[in-house]
Each structure stands twice: as C-alpha cells, then as structure tokens.
Design a protein around this ligand. Structure first.
Ligand code: ZN
Length: 279
C-alpha cells in the first residue's frame, strides 16, 4: 500500500463571499464547524484565513486564536496551518499569527501576478516570516506559485532559514501564475526530488483545475488540497457546496489510486511534526 495521502482543507480564503457562495465559512464559529465536518470526512490539515466582521481579510491574532483553539478542542490532532498570505493585508501584519504557534504557516518564497494584482513577497519579507517561523517552531508550507519560488526555498534552506525536511505546495491554475498542466507539475516534482530529496509535497489546483490536480497528486505520489478557498476563486466553477463534500470526494477518489486519507497522527509523522499531545 502506498503512503496515505494528507488531505488539506482550505476552508475560507481571502476572496469576498458572493451571494452565490453562502457555504464559505467566515465567522470563527462557522469556520470551526466547517473544519470539524471536513475533519470527519478525512481532512488532516486545516488551512486558515480569518475575516473581519465586514468579511474583509483580517490579520487579527484574536480571530486566528479563536479558530485555532476550536480546532484543537473539536478535531483532536488535526494540523493547524495559518495563512500569512497577502490580499488586503499589510506586509507588517501578515506574520502576526505565527506567534500563536500553530503547527504550520504558509510561506510564499517570491512574488507573482494574480488576476488583478501583484502578490508581493519581497526578499526581506520572506526572510522575516521564515525567521519568525523558526523562532516559534512553526513549520512552513512553502507555497510555490511560480517556478522560481522552489529554487528560492532551496536557497533559504542553505542559508539556515528553513529546517529540513521541507514541505512544499505547488499551486496551479491561477491566471497569470503557473498553469494547470500536468507536465509542469511533473517537472516541479522532479526538480524538488533532486534539490531536496527528503521534502514532502502537496498540490492545490484552483477553480476548474481542483479535481484534476487532486488526481495528479495521487498519481505522482504527493499529498493534496481541496476546499472552497480554491474552488470558488477566479472562475465560476463550483464543484461542491461545502468543504466536507469536497474532502469526502477527494478521500473517495484516493481509493481509486490505491491510497487512503491519512489520519492526523499519520500526517504528523509524514510531515515530521510533533505528535498532538506534545503541542
Ligand atoms: Zn490560503
């Protein structure tokens, strides 16, 4: 049997909720409930953005803390990953959630164009976020939105700003960034194996690329991500009406590839994270 697959659920994201997307959870209580349903459906890792009361993206550590506490209480062992992503948040605020010591935080190792804006990650910010994660013992998930970011991660590792084994996520299908093409993923995975042989990897496909990306991840031996954050972005494709429904579909699909959803304890072992009772 091949390695179990870590299913990440990206429940909320930073894209404004529209009238036709009522299932996106934005209040901490809604988020905890949505994560719990996804946990029961097979997700082992929750990727979290929080929102202000007006639903704009927030950096408020109290909101992150509330969701983190709820997940720790209701989803035993589940891996908590906070987003340090931009989109409406100032650079100085993006690292505030790291001090809460979630298990993981996202770290983009370069800048890239999104459909209507630059996703800015200047070198000084990347270094500052990486240092803060090291100090707080928070494992980064390296977000690769463009090929250079993979090589930048290797450079951070060589400079001692990342600890091995590194965990990388390839994000594909955002207009203006990496296209959703299997050959591109194959190339990136082969480069990762050469550059950082002990690294683990996962993949996220955006919009209509979400499901095919899940399949490629299974075929190429990676882990995978689903959730409404990716599903409702940038195009009108809607693959499901809830986070749990998306997770259940991915967990089912895994069996067709001889794989199964990793439990939180297995996911922690695979990612070299401490077991839940020691956090
Ligand atoms: Zn995100």
């Amino acid at each position: 049997m091949s390695e179990p697959v870590i299913i990440t659920v990206a429940i909320t994201g930073a894209i404004p909720r529209k009238a036709d997307s009522p299932a996106v959870p934005v209040k901490p209580s809604e988020q905890i409930e949505s994560i719990h349903e996804a946990f029961e459906a097979g997700a082992a890792l929750a990727h979290i953005h929080v929102r202000n009361p007006d639903e704009s993206p927030s950096s408020d550590p109290d909101l992150f803390a509330e969701v983190q506490e709820g997940v720790r209480k209701h989803c035993p062992g589940m891996i908590v990953q906070h987003s340090t992503g931009g989109r409406g948040r100032s650079q100085s605020e993006r690292g505030r959630c790291i001090a809460l010591r979630p298990d993981m935080a996202s770290l983009s190792t370069g800048s890239v164009n999104f459909p209507n804006q630059i996703y800015e990650n200047p070198p000084q910010l990347v270094d500052a976020l990486a240092s803060s994660m090291l100090e707080n013992n928070v494992k980064p998930e390296i977000e690769v939105f463009d090929a250079a970011m993979l090589y930048n991660a290797k450079a951070l590792l060589q400079r001692g700003l990342l600890k091995a084994p590194v965990h990388v996520q390839f994000v594909m299908g955002i207009p203006n960034a990496l296209p959703g093409r299997r050959k591109v993923l194959e190339f990136l995975v082969s480069e990762l194996r050469e550059l950082m042989p002990d690294a683990t990897w996962t993949g996220a496909g955006i919009g209509r690329h979400q499901l095919e990306m899940n399949q490629w991840c299974f075929e190429l031996g990676g882990h995978t991500r689903t959730g409404l954050e990716d599903n409702l972005r940038f195009d009108k494709t809607r693959l499901a009406s809830s986070n749990a429904e998306l997770v259940a579909r991915v967990a089912d699909l895994a069996h067709q590839y001889g794989r199964r959803a990793a439990t939180p304890a297995e996911a922690r072992r695979i990612l070299s994270l401490p077991s839940a009772d020691s956090t």
